[in-house]
Design a protein around this ligand. Sequence first.
Ligand code: 13P
Length: 235
Amino acid sequence: MIIASNFKTNHTRASTKHYLQTLDTFVKESGSKQEVLVFPPATALDSFELAENIRVGVQNAYPVEKGSFTGEIGLEQIDEFGLKTILIGHSERRHIMNETQELCAKKYDFFKAQGFEIVYCIGEPKEVREEGIDAVIAYNETQLEGIDLLYDKLIVAYEPVWAIGTGLTASPEQIEETLVKLREKIKAPLLYGGSVKPANTKEILQLPNCDGVLIGTASWDVENFCEMIEIADSM
Ligand code: 13P
C-alpha cells in the first residue's frame, strides 16, 4: 500500500531531517514493505539517504526548468536533489492559490515528460457532496481534464475538500462509492485523503478500491505516521 505524508506548510529543514531519520529507522527496523512517500516544504528538500521504499517528493513546482517565476521552484531546483516525485493539484493550491485545471494539466504534462512519479489530487467541496454521488463524480471528472490517466507513474489521491483538515472524515461508504466510480476510468493506484488518522486508517485501507492514504495533520508527528504504517503492515 502507499502511505503518504503531506507536510503542507509545516516542519523546518531541521525538523524534517529529524523526522526522516526517525521514519527511516522505523521502516528499516520493522522491515515495512509499504511504499512510503513524504512531501516536505520546499525549503527542507535535500538528497536524503533513505530505505528504498521511502521516497521524498515536492508539494508543488512550476512547469519550467528555470526562469523568472518569483517564489516558485522549477526542475533545476528539484533535480539538484535527485527527487522524482511530485504532488500536483492539491485542493489547497486549487482553492486557496486559485490554481486552474489548465495549470494543473500543464504541470502534469511537464513533469510526466520528465518521468516523475505524480500524485495527482482531486476532490469535491461540501456543496457538491451534498448534491449526491453523480454530482461528485461529475465534479471530480472536471479535475481530470487534460490528464493522461494511462501514465504509468500516476497515483491519484481522492481528497474531498470538506474532509481536509476538518477532522471530518468521509465515511467508508462515501469513500468506496467514489473510488468504485473513479476506478472505472482510472487504473492507477487510488489513495484517499482527508482527516486520516491512526484510529481510522485500518477501515479506510480495507476498502476494496483503496490503495493507500495521503495524510496531512495526523502525519506531522512522526510517531503517528509510523503507527499508520504499522497498521498497514498488520493487514
Ligand atoms: P488532513 O489529513 O489534515 O485532513 O489533510 C489531508 C491532505 O490534504 C493531504 O494532502
